[in-house]
Structure formats: C-alpha cells, structure tokens
Design a protein around this ligand. Structure first.
Ligand code: FAD
Length: 284
C-alpha cells in the first residue's frame, strides 16, 4: 500500500526511522525494537540503507518483517551512489517480490576511499529510474538548512524541486533543532512552487557525543538552548535523555500547531524515546 494515503487523510502522519543490523549480525534487538515501536501505532516505519552496501539485504529483510509481522507499512531507504542502474533494478525486483512499494530514494554518500563516479550522480536519477516502473511511491530527502554540499539553501531547494518533478511525492527532512528553520524552508518550497507532502525529521538528543558527531556530519545548527542542555547534561546521559525528549516534544507540539503534514522521529532504535515523545505530545 502506498503511504500517501495517510497524508491524504490525516495530520500529522506519524512515522519512525530505524536502522537495520549490520550484515551477519543477529536480528534479536531489531525485532524487539520494532515490536515496541509498532505498539505505538505509527503510520509507517522507515528503514535506513547503508550507502556502502553493508546493510543492503537487512534493510529489505527488516522492511518485510515490519509489514508481515506488525502489519505496518514500511518505507525502505535506497541510495544510488554506489549502485549501478542494474543493481538498482535487481533491488527493485526484490522489493516488489517482498511487497514493499514505498521507497525513500537518495543519492547517499561515497564511502571513504571509494572512487568518484565518472559523472555526477544525484538522487533525481534514482527517482527517475524508480518512477519508470510506475509501481512505487517515492519519497526524497530534504534539508531545511541546505545540504552540506550545496552552494546555498535556495540552490538546494531548486534541486529539491527537480526530485519532486522526477516523481517524489513526500519530502522527509534532515534533523533540525529550531522550528523557524523549517518554516523558512516551507516558504521557499512555496516560492518555488514545490508541491509535496512534508514530514519534519525530529531527533531526540540522548547521547552528547553521538549527537555532536551527527550534527558535524549533517551540518545542522545548534540553538543556544540545546547547546546549554548539552553542556549541562553531557556527562549525565540519564538527565540528557529526559531533557532531549522534552526538547523534541516541545518542537513537535509547535510543528503540529503550525499544521505540519508529518512528524518523522529518528528513533535511533530506542523505542523508549519514541514512546515518551508520543505520550508527551498526545500523538496516540
Ligand atoms: P541529492 O538530492 O542528489 O543532493 C546531493 C547534493 O547535490 C545536494 O547538495 C544538492 O543540492 C546537489 N544537487 C542535486 N542535484 C543537482 C544538480 N542537478 N546539479 C548540481 N547539484 C545538484 N544516507 C544513507 O546512506 N542511507 C540512508 O538510509 C539515509 N537516510 C536518510 C534519510 C533522510 C530523511 C535524510 C534527510 C538523509 C538520509 N541519508 C541517508 C543521507 C543522504 O544520503 C545524504 O544527505 C546525501 O549526501 C545526499 O543524498 P540526497 O538524496 O539528498 O542527494
């Protein structure tokens, strides 16, 4: 089933993001995490994909398990930077066989040391290839502060428009910690006549080292309020987790007041964080 049916019938659509186990690692902990997340009745769960190929099969396995065992729609992430069009075709065949028809299509990042492709590859090329089959609902990644490699936010938004023209109907954002960044981004989408459902990616902060590493990689800015929390509770993970859940809950409440289409929680495979937020905000 295509997940756009949720966006057409309710606001906000609630989704969770998880990552699959690394290749050859046991499935026990992901099975218990998906069980607990399913109990929160999200509209769909998305499963990340290692651009280096390390989790490729497990992304598909976990997506299928979520559908079969928990009867929840799965959105499988897929990247093209290290896959040839033939590889992609094989993965699309596999997804079809497993009954997974929702894809978050991205370029991905080259693993360290991997050779540059002869020609630049962008997510829109993957979206065009998937769209040709006329079998899948396609989502794309969006960056409220601009992608780290973009010259500026507006140029990035223009490229985002190319992904929507190629067939993406849902945009899921990278993490951000200041809702004004998202509202500004929505204005830009409007200005460039980019029409797609928008789901706000929210990450509850629970581990100072981990969040600082993620922020460095993705270029999200850190408002003073968050920075204070990190320095106050950086050495107290139990307190930081409580403060992080509170911060994310207030962000989501404000987004809902402002009529956001969807809320996408980066769960880091920790159902307790998602559960506390869902309860705080009264989402279920
Ligand atoms: P693109 O949309 O192709 O954009 C990449 C860069 O190229 C941008 O700077 C853009 O402005 C620029 N660009 C695009 N088109 C053109 C053009 N025609 N000419 C010039 N420049 C252009 N990564 C993973 O490996 N696995 C995951 O599971 C994963 N999940 C994610 C989920 C979400 C919600 C988000 C926001 C990101 C996720 N990522 C994931 C990270 C993502 O792969 C990286 O951010 C990657 O660097 C960009 O992918 P993209 O699809 O946004 O690229």
């Amino acid at each position: 089933m295509f997940i756009d049916k949720y966006f057409e019938s309710k606001k906000p659509v609630l989704s969770f993001e998880i990552f699959p186990p690394k290749q050859d690692m046991p499935f026990d902990s992901i099975m218990s995490a998906t069980q607990a997340l399913s109990a929160l009745q999200p509209d769909f769960i998305s499963i990340t994909y290692g651009a280096g190929g390390s989790t490729h099969r497990n992304t598909l396995e976990v997506a299928e398990m979520i559908k079969q065992r928990h009867n929840i729609d799965a959105l499988a992430h897929l990247t093209c930077v290290t896959n040839t069009p033939e590889d992609i075709d094989n993965i699309l065949d596999d997804l079809e066989q497993r009954g997974i028809y929702n894809i978050l299509a991205m370029r991905g990042d080259l693993p360290d040391g991997a050779p540059e492709p002869p020609q630049p590859i962008f997510a829109k090329h993957l979206i065009e290839q998937i769209e040709k089959r006329k079998k899948f609902f396609i989502a794309a990644a969006a960056y409220p502060e601009g992608h780290t490699q973009a010259n500026n936010l507006e140029e990035d938004v223009i490229h985002l428009g190319e992904k929507v023209s190629a067939g993406a109907k849902l945009l899921i954002t990278q993490i951000f910690f200041d809702n004004n960044l998202l509202y500004n981004f929505q204005e830009l989408l409007y200005k460039h006549n980019i029409k797609a459902h928008l789901s706000a990616g929210i990450m509850p902060v629970s581990n100072a080292k981990q969040i600082l590493r993620i922020i460095k990689l993705c270029g999200a800015s850190v408002p003073e309020r968050l920075s204070k929390l990190l320095s106050r509770y950086g050495e107290r993970p139990d307190l930081l987790e409580l403060a992080g859940v509170e911060y994310a809950s207030r962000q989501i409440e404000d987004l809902i007041k402002n009529n956001i289409d969807g809320v996408h929680i980066y769960t880091m495979n920790k159902p307790n964080l998602a559960s506390s937020i869902v309860k705080n905000v009264g989402l279920r």
